[in-house]
Design a protein around this ligand. Sequence first.
Ligand SMILES: CC(C)(O)CC(=O)SCCNC(=O)CCNC(=O)[C@H](O)C(C)(C)COP(=O)(O)OP(=O)(O)OC[C@H]1O[C@@H](n2cnc3c(N)ncnc32)[C@H](O)[C@@H]1OP(=O)(O)O
Length: 257
Amino acid sequence: MALNTLKTETRGRVAIITLNRPDALNALNSELLGELRETMAKFGDDEKIGAIVLTGSEKAFAAGADIKEMQPLDYVGAYMNDFFEGWSAVANTRKPVIAAVSGYALGGGCELAMMCDIIIASDTAKFGQPEITLGVIPGMGGTQRLTRAIGKAKAMDLCLTGRFMEAEEAERSGLVARVVAADDLMATAIKAAEKIAGFSLPVAMMVKESVNRADEMTLAEGLRFERRLFHSLFATEDQKEGMGAFVEKRKAQFKHR
Ligand SMILES: CC(C)(O)CC(=O)SCCNC(=O)CCNC(=O)[C@H](O)C(C)(C)COP(=O)(O)OP(=O)(O)OC[C@H]1O[C@@H](n2cnc3c(N)ncnc32)[C@H](O)[C@@H]1OP(=O)(O)O
């Protein structure tokens, strides 16, 4: 498939997807969504890939959904097409995804970063949900995922004022896992992805699934869900290998089985 709005490459077991609409600060349009869905599905199905890094440009991870594409929408059109529902496929990617964020991550850009599992930001990153300035509210999860990530006080502040939050505040608030110098962003994100991809893939996928359940379940349900997944891992070769390697004082060689 020829890609117009993305670039992709693989490095060992890590896939790197770069948003590539430089003239529009990587604004998220339908074409980009289609290509991102296909690419995520392709890497999701590829047994040789253990983790994905999603990034943008130095100036913008993504400056939001494409306002020029949205502007002519009417209510019936938006409702009948369930506009933005397509992003659920990206959020539901089962392999670990790291967002490497530099520059603007606004509106849908911030929401896309929050669909990923770990956000690593450069010290130039700016996060925000400025939809209120356009006469709308966030529509790709901003009011929900941001509130879960940073709490009601900060989420209300960002969504109601539309102000941008610098990387340091984003890390302090719990949105961002790590902040690094801009020059180190990709190396740091790829190194973290390589680390994850070196572990057992089914185990990494179960970690992701179980942590994500914390947002959806009561504590009692979540603890039971986690424990059942834990029990199931004793049926895998990788549990035998991981624990065997520890006991034998050697490095584990996981087979993803
Ligand atoms: C998914 C939802 C429902 O939650 C909704 C959204 O995501 S709504 C969009 C939220 N995002 C925004 O409101 C940010 C819009 N962009 C900006 O405010 C500024 O571009 C900026 C502050 C990020 C950067 O400003 P500046 O450096 O001055 O660059 P510009 O000249 O403004 O932009 C360059 C170029 O990119 C186009 N652009 C930027 N953002 C978008 C966008 N979200 N959609 C479409 N196009 C965008 C901008 O129009 C410029 O292009 P030209 O007009 O020069 O062709």
